[in-house]
Design a binder for this molecule. Structure first.
Ligand code: MN
Length: 503
């Protein structure tokens, strides 16, 4: 069965606490989603603001392949706003659970039913294709839910949606009410699942197995509170896992990772490292046992091939590392230690690991250089001195001392801020040596609050156009930035050395 993917990253996803997107950003995301192959895009809630209206209009005019939807309460003004935004599809909703009707709507069941019917009727009269959601369906009286769905059908609704608004359903219950809805109406059913108990994807799959044709999802699972069912998890589970029936989607899975990265950069929320499919560690291995397995056959410890979602396997060196993994990483740089050397390298790696640190690629290469007496690999840039001054009334300036191949270099430079000054000082030194320039700089706060960890990602480029990326995490923005810069320069220089050796 072909499952329809209804993406609500731009509506429910944008309701993530702390997220707000400009019309330009929303349009750029909509284009990415369309290229990914989603069947429907919920572009926003046009009535809420002028900017939102402008954003939805822009998306409706963009000529996307996907059906573009606008959200509306069961209210003429909301429905008119969807029409004004130029859309042909509406997602309209009213709450149907007793708790929502009593405390939020202050309406009785009959009134709610009437309002739903009137609004569907009105939306149809305005020429829209209508998907109707019974908000909080999974906490709604089961008999009443069936009644309101039947009433929606007689009002001419095109699709029905079962929202598990607060993630309260079990996989079994959502399957039961999905079957109820199909039996009562015969209409196409969607499921809209939230992740408050970590069951969003499981519930969505259960609804689909019970006959729902469509799932509402978001990229990276962003959304209100604990978020929505994530597109990448749902699509990959439907595509790769064994079910009694075969499921397919229109998603171009090899684009999943790049779209996930794009959206996390725009909204400023990174998926947690252990997040399925798109987390930094989803295809990374450190343990010697796992690395050995993956190197002989990736399927030993990878349920799917990472290429399927546009990624690749990565190995991390640390205290759990084994000889196979370290050897494989060094081979990538065409460094082949003999058995004894490999053992020595491994011991040093484990020593660093035991002291509570992870070993970067550059450090591994530097260790190999030391053990194997590879002169070229010893020319690593080390940060040996650093100070920065910033304040009001004078330009921030930085002093940097680097040690390269046992020789000290110092530089002082000014900038618009302390990070700028420090990076300029580093570049002053490395510019004369390797002509290395900073091409890209990104700063993320990992957790909120004034003592948050920050994450700096940089990209450096030399005069020949060789590039390297590096990432550093720490408490101090300035020092973390300088470490990332130094690490990037090292990676670039090592790459060049190895390239030269190959030529
Ligand atoms: Mn929702």
């Amino acid at each position: 069965m072909k499952v329809r993917i209804f993406d609500t990253t731009l509506r429910d996803g944008e309701q993530t606490p702390g997220v707000a997107l400009s019309p330009e950003q929303k349009l750029a995301i909509a284009i990415k989603l369309d290229e990914l192959g989603v069947d429907a895009i919920e572009a926003g809630f046009p009535v809420i603001s002028g900017g939102e209206m402008q954003a939805v209009r822009g998306i409706s005019k963009a000529g996307l392949k996907a059906d573009v939807y606008g959200l509306a309460r069961t209210d003429q003004r909301d429905i008119d706003a969807v029409v004004d935004a130029g859309l042909a599809n509406i997602h309209t909703f009213i709450a149907t659970s007793d708790i929502h009707m009593q405390y939020k709507l202050k309406m009785g069941r009959e009134q709610v039913m009437e309002r739903a019917v009137e609004s569907i009727d009105y939306a149809k009269s305005r020429g829209l294709s209508v998907e109707f959601s019974a908000e909080d369906a999974t906490r709604t009286d089961r008999e009443f839910l069936t009644q309101i769905f039947k009433a929606a059908k007689s009002a001419g609704v095109d699709r029905l949606d079962i929202p598990d608004t607060v993630g309260y359903s079990t996989p079994q219950y959502i399957a039961e009410i999905t079957r109820d809805a199909i039996k009562a109406t015969g209409l196409p059913i969607s499921v809209h699942c939230h992740n408050d108990f970590g069951l969003a994807v499981a519930n969505a799959i259960s609804g689909i197995q019970a006959g729902a044709q469509c799932a509402h999802v978001t990229i990276n699972g962003i959304g209100e509170r604990a978020g929505n069912a994530s597109l990448e998890e749902l699509v990959m589970a439907l595509t790769c896992l064994k079910f009694n029936e075969k499921f397919e989607t229109n998603i171009k899975t090899e684009r999943i990772y790049s779209v996930s990265q794009y959206i996390s950069n725009v909204v400023g929320i990174k998926p947690q490292p252990n997040k399925a499919i798109v987390g930094a560690n989803a295809f990374a291995h450190e343990s010697g046992i796992h690395t050995h397995g993956v190197l002989s056959n990736p399927l030993t410890y990878e349920p799917i091939s990472p290429e399927l979602v546009g990624r690749s396997t990565s190995f991390q060196v640390g205290k759990h590392a084994g000889a196979h993994g370290v050897f494989a990483m060094l081979t990538e740089y065409e460094i082949a230690p003999d058995k004894k050397q490999l053992q020595q390298i491994l011991e040093k790696v484990k020593g660093i690991g035991d002291s509570g640190k992870s070993v970067t690629e550059v450090e591994l290469l530097s260790i190999a250089g030391e053990v194997m007496k590879l002169e070229a690999l010893e020319s690593i840039v080390k940060l040996t001195g650093f100070s920065v001054s910033t304040g009001m009334g004078n330009m921030p300036y930085a002093f940097v001392k680097l040690n390269i191949s046992e020789k000290d270099y110092t530089a002082t430079d000014y900038g618009v801020g302390p990070v700028d000054a420090s990076i300029k000082a580093v570049q002053q030194i490395t510019g004369t040596i390797g002509n290395v320039k900073l091409k890209d700089y990104k700063l993320n706060s990992i957790a909120g609050g004034p003592d948050a960890n920050c994450e700096v990602t940089i990209k450096v480029e030399d005069a020949q156009g060789n590039t390297a990326e590096a990432r550093s995490v720490g408490k101090d923005i300035v020092i973390t930035s300088v470490y990332a810069m130094v690490d990037g320069i090292n990676k670039l220089m090592l790459k060049k050395i190895i390239k030269a050796k190959r030529a």
